[in-house]
Design a protein around this ligand. Sequence first.
Ligand SMILES: NC(=O)c1ccc[n+]([C@@H]2O[C@H](COP(=O)([O-])OP(=O)(O)OC[C@H]3O[C@@H](n4cnc5c(N)ncnc54)[C@H](OP(=O)(O)O)[C@@H]3O)[C@@H](O)[C@H]2O)c1
Length: 283
Amino acid sequence: MMELSDTYQLSNGVRIPILGFGTWQTPDGEIAFESVKKALRVGYRHIDTAAAYGNEASVAKAIKASKIPRNKIFLTTKLNSDALDYDSAKQAIDRSLSKMNLDYIDLLLIHWPNPLATRPHFEERNAAVWQAMEAGVGEGKIKSLGVANFQSHHLDALYQSAKIKPVVNQIYCNPSDQQETIVAYNRAHDILTEAYSPLGTGEIFRIKALEDLARKYQHTVAQIVLRWHLQKGYLPLPKSVTPTRIEENIKLFDFSLQDDDMAFIDRLHGALLPHKFPDQVQF
Ligand SMILES: NC(=O)c1ccc[n+]([C@@H]2O[C@H](COP(=O)([O-])OP(=O)(O)OC[C@H]3O[C@@H](n4cnc5c(N)ncnc54)[C@H](OP(=O)(O)O)[C@@H]3O)[C@@H](O)[C@H]2O)c1
């Protein structure tokens, strides 16, 4: 039986808590501070932020206010699309650390593979940014490196120059959009799949068939879907600013989905309209 305190072992040996707390669209200031503090109080030990979310400072303030030792919390942030070359990436790393007033980041991701400004030569941009991230590891500023929104051709290109291998690929993934191709690529390359928007940014609640499963297991639709992610071997990153939901979304460890119900959810692929990715992802 899984537990909230369980971890996945990344390919570099580092352990990462199997459930993370998302913070996209969580406004900086009191809302980010209070929601992250609440998340840590109820038991999350893994927080996902990004330079682009504009809330790194409040997230880190909540981590400090929790009084939980820093090494018991796993913190991810991401380099925004203004990190376009070696120097701007190095500056962006230092900017995140300084905003958060932290000594190190547990996991740093390239947020988007394909910013418009460097699109014709995305390979060189990602290689240069990665080199700066590797330097950050050498300087003790970052523990692990990964990517987000990368498809196989982006990763194939990165492998040409990377000295440190990416340990995580954070992708849009939920029952309606299962991204089987990139999930299989991640698995084949020993990259952990982190499921962002695990509840489809709230859209998943429009799939009525999930309500029958919720009734059967006497859990909520959110819990059924998050449990499905865990049983698939993914690392879901549910976001909420609502205290009751923050708590609800970690109560996933007193039940498990039977194989036929896992298969039923697998068949929900395509139940919603396809996700519209921002322009910074070009597949
Ligand atoms: N790498 C990337 O490019 C990328 C992109 C998108 C997201 N992410 C990461 O993944 C995280 C999660 O994705 P997401 O923010 O798109 O959305 P999500 O976690 O799929 O869904 C969040 C939405 O569902 C609502 N919600 C949460 N728990 C609920 C529950 N138990 N019952 C009913 N409604 C519930 C939230 O409302 P309230 O907040 O109002 O409670 C919010 O509107 C992000 O926060 C971010 O950390 C990464």
